[in-house]
Design a protein around this ligand. Structure first.
Ligand SMILES: Cc1ncc(COP(=O)(O)O)c(C=O)c1O
Length: 310
């Protein structure tokens, strides 16, 4: 199956979508993106674009931060994405990557007096973290960028150098993922995931003021925990050592889904096995993300697959 793109206002095979080497975003990271899952339901022959409106709302916040001006509403962006997924011909889970970027071929660091453009790619994504067996993490020697440096509430391309430094350091030291602390030493998040702890039976997660991306999976998990398990989540500052004494820990993210953390800084978390609350949330999330639970229909944008030609 060929990967497809919406690029320069047209749908085309990904192999034909090219940008010039002087493009501003390539040099200065002046772009922002989203990661959206299209979950394939083989029984219904359709995709569930999970919380796509929320992803595009967050993307428009990033546009405001970067002074990106483009004539697309959330509804239009959803329609374009649905058409791209349909045209791609995939009949399996897909990963959708929209990107808005400073497209002028111009040298000079700035946000003003530049053209903006928008593209979408649809592709597949191999498992990002081992959510089935759990992951081993370290606390990164890199600190999470602060809102006063590059605002982490936007998925701004340049900010991902911070994530990449942390991820590669963790990987080279034999860990699966890094946990970044804020400048003040509080737990912020993983390189591409939000983090939760179960402590004293309660769910705890760092607040937006600790420089996290306001994750859509994070929000989904908080709502599922409350509605389905009767567990409230406390959004509050988290100390590094609280991770070590937590009963359970897990990551949430579009790429990672709900991924149990079994070990941090060579200390087992809880029993060192997948915890009960984590396992329940993993199951609930897996059911809801394919789009079959009518209670959460506001989160679903359903796209029927084109009939396959034989
Ligand atoms: C830095 C960072 N934190 C958290 C997340 C999780 O956010 P979401 O659940 O919206 O995918 C992501 C992934 O998008 C991320 O890149």
């Amino acid at each position: 199956m060929a990967d497809y793109a919406f690029f320069q206002k047209q749908f085309m095979p990904l192999s034909e979508a090219k940008i010039g080497i002087l493009t501003h975003a390539l040099h200065y990271g002046t772009a922002c993106f989203e990661g959206i899952r299209g979950n394939w339901d083989s029984k219904q022959n359709r995709f569930c674009l999970f919380r796509i409106q929320d992803h595009y709302k967050r993307m428009l916040d990033g546009w405001r931060i970067l002074k990106i001006k483009l004539p697309y509403s959330v509804d239009k962006l959803c329609q374009l994405t649905a058409e791209l997924v349909e045209r791609s011909g995939y009949q399996e889970d897909v990963y959708i990557r929209p990107l808005a970027y400073k497209s002028s071929e111009a040298v000079g660091v700035r946000l003003h007096n530049l053209n903006d453009d928008f593209l979408i790619i649809v592709t597949t994504l191999p498992p990002y973290l081992d959510a089935e067996n759990g992951v081993r993490c370290c606390t990164s020697s890199w600190r999470r960028v602060d809102d006063t440096m590059i605002p982490p509430r936007g998925k701004i391309c340049g900010i991902y150098v911070n994530s990449a430094l942390a991820k590669t350091e963790a990987w080279e030291n034999g860990f699966d993922e890094a946990i970044l602390l804020t400048q003040e030493g509080h737990v912020s998040e993983g390189s591409g995931e939000n983090i939760f702890l179960v402590l004293g039976g309660k769910l705890i997660t760092p607040p937006s003021s600790d420089n996290i991306l306001m994750g859509i999976t994070r929000d989904t998990v908080m709502k599922l925990a409350k509605n389905e398990l009767g567990i409230d989540t406390l959004e509050r500052q988290v100390d590094r050592s609280e991770l070590y004494v937590a009963e359970e820990c897990f990551f949430t993210g579009t790429a990672a889904n709900v991924a149990p953390i079994l070990e941090i800084d060579r200390r087992p978390i809880g029993t060192g096995k997948i915890g009960k609350v984590t396992a329940k949330l993993q199951k609930l999330f897996a059911e809801v993300m394919v789009g079959r639970n009518a209670k959460y229909s506001d989160w679903y944008y359903l796209v029927c697959a084109k009939p396959v030609k034989v």
